[in-house]
Design a protein around this ligand. Sequence first.
Ligand SMILES: NC(=O)c1ccc[n+]([C@@H]2O[C@H](COP(=O)([O-])OP(=O)(O)OC[C@H]3O[C@@H](n4cnc5c(N)ncnc54)[C@H](O)[C@@H]3O)[C@@H](O)[C@H]2O)c1
Length: 325
Amino acid sequence: MAKLELLYLSRRDIEVVNLGMYQIVQAVEGALREKGEGRVEMPPKPGVHPKADAFIHAMPAFIPQLGSVGVKWVSGFPENHKLGLPYISGLLILNDPDTGLPVAVMDCTWITAMRTGAATAVAAKYLAQRDSQILGILGCGVQGRSNLEALKVAFPGLQYVKAYDIHRANAEKYAQEMSEKLNVEVKVVISSEEAVRDADLVVTAGPISKYPNPVIEDEWFKPGGFACPVDFDSYWKPSVLHGADKFCTDDTDQLFYYRKEGYFQNIPEVYAHLGEIVAGKKRGREDEEERIISMNLGLALEDMAVGIEVYRRAKVQGIGTILPL
Ligand SMILES: NC(=O)c1ccc[n+]([C@@H]2O[C@H](COP(=O)([O-])OP(=O)(O)OC[C@H]3O[C@@H](n4cnc5c(N)ncnc54)[C@H](O)[C@@H]3O)[C@@H](O)[C@H]2O)c1
């Protein structure tokens, strides 16, 4: 009988594999196209909630085209920063699509950060103005970083970032780090309003709240602007969401599932999910004045698209620890 074993990849191992953001954006775009063509299996993610505003989600998906199937078990605990622990943590398991046997277990924090940024970049590629130059980032943490990195891949002309964080020191650190890393000008701003006004692209990445107290006003969001709230509707007043010309999401079923759970109680009708737009079944941006929001909830298929690539490269490079099953 064959030896039953799997490859374990730590966070460090995954960083050593060093899959680039360009490849990650390509992988996420390809997976969304497969979704738009109806060729993936991905039920809405169920969750358990050990603390208020905390979650642990089970996220399974199967992408036949990539031979990738598995599940991510990911938690988000907003108070973790007080313990010096990350907001998001978890594990990703890949299975062999022919036998169902687990072939890999890996840390999912890096993959979650990168694929979420990549999904923003793919959404922006179809829904933002091509010559977007100014980005507003609200929440200068892990997502604030990966979203900027991915947007810079999709919009090489991106020149200027307005960074806002409720903790100014986080924004200062972000500005220094990201301007050096990506060669863009990053200016710390002192209010949410300043970050949003005049921005071509806006990403909000603060904590998710089930019963939010949003602050972003409709008049702050400029004509022609594009926004990706990765923190759901926590930052955006219902008037802005309803005022958008197109309100999109990465997965309509997931959005409805969340609504049943008590989230998203005041959102407009969904124009399209990203898969439909990437697959060419629905139009993306149609004119320069449209204001478009893509409410990206985070999809298991994005994790499986990136996870399989990390796994294959790790095997070729001999990275990771082989464990008996
Ligand atoms: N949609 C998705 O696919 C997806 C995936 C992963 C994470 N997320 C969400 O992204 C958000 C950020 O996650 P992270 O890992 O970057 O967390 P993080 O803790 O690394 O960063 C959060 C940052 O937001 C700042 N912040 C807190 N309240 C704020 C406010 N009111 N205004 C501005 N800044 C504020 C914090 O000081 C911190 O710097 C979380 O809500 C998380 O659940 C979404």
